[in-house]
Design a binder for this molecule. Sequence first.
Ligand code: CA2
Length: 153
Amino acid sequence: MARPVPATPKILILNGPNLNMLGVREPSVYGRDTLADVEKLCRKTAKNLGLAVDFRQSNHEGELVTWIQEARAKMAGIVINAGAYTHTSVALLDALTLAELPVIEVHLSNIYKREPFRHKSYISPVARAVLCGFGAHGYALALEGLARMVKKS
Ligand code: CA2
């Protein structure tokens, strides 16, 4: 049965392990934006699109799973940069599948230009779209795409 869409649809934006270190190390790979800058960009973009956001980061797989489970009842969609768990986590794939929400997978870097172990994503099969290589702007693009999906449904 279709779930009712709230007046201001709320999007869960999830960030996985080590993304709290953004802007602090490896600017050549991940850019100079900090995670706080990414959050600011997401809030501004979401506001312009008529969306609300819940922006979170965790270094713990189980915490990410719990947040995805909780999203099922109250969110209209999920934007996720699962960090290194992208390449390892069946638990995140299962949680995202069970959430039955539109999911957009985002990566700051172009994972296909990097080491072969980063070419495999466990969560792509459940994502409606995947964005990588746009840096922080990828989050804004993900929100634009999700806004269209949410409004259509
Ligand atoms: O490109 C991305 O967004 C990644 O999801 C980032 C993950 C990486 O494991 C994925 O393969 C691709 C790493 C996040 C760690 O972020 C750092 C930030 C600053 C310094 C070092 C790591």
